[in-house]
Design a protein around this ligand. Structure first.
Ligand code: DQQ
Length: 496
């Protein structure tokens, strides 16, 4: 039986994780918080877990940062939010929830709260004025009101809160404040009502909005939520921001896989924009992904949920978004294998015999030649009963992860997910892949990313293959590194 637990992605020692929260660089160290249920591997009243790193690659667990406080506005959960530096005082701005049970239904009353730390982020004290935003703007019938994202602009604090107006559409609401405590509602920063014919449906509400300058533009990252059925994808809008008005010029999927959600962004001390997301489990939930919040497999293994690796965003001079893994991740590289100039015949599959592994970093550059599609298969069993394909189809101009044969287990999501990637006629395909047991993150030509969860059953599903379909291709180079664990003292180290 294969061990699915990732070794170099951020996750708690045990139990449940969802959204990344409050990422901040403080005195040089990267602090990453996350939605955490310390009771078990299922969603429950969220606490804030906490991990710290000096290099973005190696992490140490720290004590829990926030615990729901009975009788307070976060009595039933400290939901998602952000961290800011308030002139030397680390401050968390988050959604507190109180559960109200009425007519056989539970509703979570959502307000925005503050907590500050006087000991370099180790312990947190709630603001006596909580909640600092006690209700949605009067007159708006909202389907949600959560996940504040705060920034400072010309000496004034601004905050957006994820929301959606009932029967109208998703929106982010913009506030201003001089002191983080008293907030005035300004207007919606952005709303979008996509109908069923829109090729990019953007939900009924937005969760975890992130707003930041990128090059000479601004980017708005949005978790697409649907109050009728789970949705779980992330979109990004890029546009101009003047006089507190955001005018998007493009809007697209941020990650073309099925498992990147609830983004959080950080501008670090070096001025880079780093983004993390939550990759939920796709196991034990049935082939359609239902029961993702609580299921027998998670209860057996004792853990659920993992954060993605930090990805760096830049806007290229031609306006295209560039996305690359943080270079610090190279510190995790172990044994290295290098191949050059492998010519693959049409419809060939070439096993890299020296490599057996489920924790790998792979960089492959492929000259597509006459091939219609080509790429790699990871976590291949010797006879191919299990394998996960990462392929580019030149005819369809589509990059995708095909996990229809990832696992012999019927109790996981078997899907083929991807999206558009248009290569110039002379452009080769470069796939940069991070495989960490049950999570695969793919960067294709530094333009798009795909994140997916996979669960091979067989302990010998460790092979790596190069593939081509429909014509000959040349693999110009392949570099493969075995990747080492990221946790000081091993995965179970740390204090919670
Ligand atoms: N998860 C949090 C919410 C957020 C959602 C609760 C997104 O604050 O909207 O755990 O996954």
């Amino acid at each position: 039986m294969s061990d699915d637990r990732p070794r170099y992605h951020v996750m708690p020692p045990a139990h449940w994780l969802n959204d990344p929260n409050g990422v901040i660089q403080w005195k040089g160290q990267y602090h990453l918080f996350y939605q955490y249920n310390p009771v078990g591997p299922f969603w429950g009243p969220p606490h804030w877990g906490h991990a710290v790193s000096t290099d973005l690659a190696h992490w140490t667990h720290l004590p829990m940062a926030l615990t729901p406080e009975p009788g307070s506005p976060d009595a039933d959960g400290c939901w998602s939010g952000c961290a800011v530096d308030d002139d030397g005082t680390p401050t968390l701005v988050y959604t507190g929830v109180v559960r109200i049970d009425a007519d056989g239904q539970s509703v979570y009353e959502q307000t925005q709260c503050l907590a500050t730390s006087a000991d370099d982020l180790l312990t947190w004290q709630r603001c006596p004025n909580n909640p600092v935003i006690a209700a949605p703007p009067p007159g708006l019938d909202v389907v949600g009101f959560r996940d504040p994202c705060v920034w400072r602009e010309d000496g004034v604090w601004y905050c957006i809160v994820g929301s959606g107006v009932r029967d109208v559409g998703p929106t982010v609401l913009l506030y201003r404040s001089d002191d983080l405590i008293t907030w005035d509602y300004l207007k919606p920063l952005f709303s979008r009502n996509a109908d069923a014919h829109d090729p990019l449906w953007t939900g009924t509400m937005w969760e975890c909005p992130q707003f930041f300058p990128l090059g000479d533009k601004h980017m708005l990252l949005l978790g697409v939520a649907n109050d009728k059925e789970p949705c779980f994808y992330t979109v990004c809008a890029v546009g101009s921001y003047n006089d507190h008005t955001f005018t998007p010029e493009t809007i697209a999927r941020f990650d073309l896989g099925a498992d990147f959600y609830a983004p959080i962004a950080l501008r670090d001390d070096a001025g880079r924009i780093l983004v993390w997301g939550w990759a939920r489990e796709a196991r034990g939930a049935g082939p359609d992904g239902a029961a993702w919040q609580d299921n027998a497999i998670a209860r057996t293994t004792g853990w659920a949920g993992v954060l993605t690796l930090p990805r760096i965003l830049t806007l290229r001079p031609d306006g295209l978004l560039e996305v690359a893994p943080a270079p610090e991740l190279r510190a995790l590289r172990g044994a290295h294998h290098h191949y050059t100039h492998v010519v693959l015949a049409a419809n060939a599959s070439y096993l890299l015999k020296e490599i057996r592994g489920d924790c790998l970093e792979i960089v492959a550059t492929i000259e597509m030649g006459a091939a219609v599609s080509c790429g790699l298969a990871v976590r291949c069993s010797p006879e191919g009963e299990e394998q996960t394909f990462i392929l580019y189809d030149r005819t369809e101009e589509r990059i995708y992860i095909d996990r229809t044969r990832s696992s012999l287990s019927p109790d996981i999501v078997h899907s083929n997910d991807g999206g558009s990637l248009v290569l110039d006629a002379s452009e080769s395909l470069t796939l940069h892949i991070f495989l960490d047991r049950s999570i695969v993150e793919v960067y294709a030509n530094r333009r798009v990313c795909l994140t997916e969860r996979i669960y091979p059953l067989r302990s010998d599903s460790l092979g790596l293959r190069l593939l081509t379909r429909g014509g000959e291709a040349t693999i110009l180079s392949v570099d493969v590194w075995e990747i080492l664990g990221a946790w000081a003292g091993g995965v179970t180290a740390g204090v919670m």
